[in-house]
Design a protein around this ligand. Structure first.
Ligand code: T3D
Length: 258
């Protein structure tokens, strides 16, 4: 069985992390397959939004710890540079919205991959764990960049040092994730949000992502210049024309992503 499942429906690339017996922990094969699948989503004209979830009861338990100690495994010196860092940069640079549909526990790199996505949704029974300190590692997969920016330094610091489990409801309250849904509604609601995103003006969503990527490190002047630059790019898209005309004609816009 493939460790990554992928299908395109309603202009959405549906990615399922598929090692349910291991709570979808990553081995090398799965990490490389996810990279390839994200590349496919980036280049496919049909895909206008991406939805990532986990098979079975978990979202992702991070690195497969059995692989770490396997003498024939990839080795600690290559796991971040070849597996997780390229996944995080692909998610952030993909010029289309990526939804993390966190259907269960998200631990270690699994939590930080979810948090790198543009819209993070979770079932009420899901949880997030910066599990690294429990095995004497440090948070990776962009966690030390993303988490303090999402929830503030103090909460990020305590969660990373203690490795405490955060319920989806608490994660929503502290601004770590966007929304929580009851378990029985989760699949439908998370897909609905992906469908909404897939029908919005794709290029402008890509530009929003790009500009937001820089906002954490730019000063106001630099950010204003970047907004100016990308607003001009957005203003020459077909979808901008369609959006303005639809508003003036009092009808629903039909965005094509161009
Ligand atoms: O170079 C590098 O390696 C650096 C890269 C680091 C990236 C990282 O992600 S480091 C962090 C790695 N992840 C963890 O430390 C989390 C380990 N897992 C857990 O702590 C727990 O499984 C959970 C809290 C996530 C969930 O607990 P629970 O009680 O719901 O499930 P469980 O019974 O522990 O797990 C179910 C099965 O999945 C179990 O297998 P079994 O006994 O039924 O055959 C368990 O061994 C397996 N599993 C869970 N996580 C992993 C795993 N197998 C391999 N690797 C895992 N990470």
């Amino acid at each position: 069985m493939a460790s990554i499942l992928f299908e395109i429906q309603h202009n959405i690339g549906f990615i399922t992390l598929n090692r349910p017996d291991k709570l979808n922990a990553f081995n090398r094969e799965m990490a490389l397959l996810l990279q390839n699948t994200l590349d496919e989503c980036a280049s496919s004209k049909e895909v206008r939004a991406v939805h990532i979830t986990g098979a079975g009861k978990g979202f992702c338990a991070g690195q497969d710890l059995a692989e770490v100690i396997d003498p024939n495994g990839p080795g600690m010196d290559s796991i971040l540079s070849e597996h997780y860092n390229p996944i995080i940069t692909r998610i952030r640079n993909l010029p289309k919205p990526v939804v993390a549909a966190v259907n269960g526990v998200a631990a270690g790199a699994g939590a930080n991959i979810a948090l790198a996505c543009d819209v993070v949704l979770a079932t009420v029974s899901a949880s997030f764990i910066q599990a690294f300190s429990k095995i004497a590692l440090i948070p990776d997969s962009g966690g030390t960049y993303t988490l303090p920016r999402l929830i503030g330094w103090q909460k990020a610091s305590a969660l990373m040092l203690l490795g405490d489990k955060v319920s989806a409801t608490d994660a929503e309250k502290m601004g770590m994730i966007y929304k929580v849904f009851e378990d029985d509604l989760f699949e439908e609601e998370s897909k609905k949000i992906a469908i909404t995103l897939s029908q919005l003006p794709t290029k402008s969503l890509g530009y929003i992502k790009h500009v937001l990527n820089y906002s954490a490190n730019n000063n106001l002047e630099e950010q204003l210049l970047l907004e100016d630059q990308f607003q001009q790019k957005a203003a020459v898209t077909k979808d901008f024309n369609e959006g303005v005309n639809a508003f003036l004609e009092k009808r629903k816009a039909n965005f094509t992503g161009e």
